[in-house]
Write a protein that binds this ligand. Sequence first.
Ligand SMILES: [Cu+2]
Length: 240
Amino acid sequence: MFHYPFDPSSLAETARIWWNLYGYYLLLAIVIGTAVMTLLVAIPLAYRYKPGSHNPNAKDEIKPGEIPSERGRTAGVLLIAVLLLGVFFGLLTQSLEATKEFKKIELNGEIPDDALVIQVIGFQWGWTFRYPNGVETDVLIIPVNRMVVFNVTSEDVFHAFSIQDLRVKIDAIPGKYNIAWTKAYQPGIYRVQCYELCGVGHAEMITKVMVVTEDVFDFWYNSQGATLEEAMEEAAHTEG
Ligand SMILES: [Cu+2]
């Protein structure tokens, strides 16, 4: 809906969902930030000390024990309060919608038939990706335009599996499987990183995800553990 610089929503469906939500929050932050900064400048200017008049706004002065008159502000304040409530309610609704979309596999209780399900195992300090055909890798390889479901766990301490560019993040907890998903829109290489402080090697708990075309992925997947370079060559060969 909104388009800002560094918009990642063309990279993946998950990126689109969260970036869209981020747009609402950013817009509100800009409106409120502008109002606050304007008042911060305008009020000291309007009520500053002026020579010859100790209190230029004496009519506004409230004396101890006196109840100030409303001076016609109640309606304005009420209007702003109602508007803000409306905006916050809108944000709440949008946030719930985005969360529901990201959690849809758990909520629906079923994985789409054409989805690729990859087991993601975090450990001190690295990642193992286990594919349905039994192949295990330390680099994540996924096809473009296909739903990829991550079944995330840990074999030691708490970690968090994340692909920042695709806006995927989920806790990796020993003894528990957490589900995340994405659907990448274009081939590319992105970073996989641990987002839960998990020991001295935490900062190096990084690998990459390679989003490849369906052809390359199929060659790689069916080759049962060939390198991705081989699969890419093979795919290029077939096309040529
Ligand atoms: Cu970690």
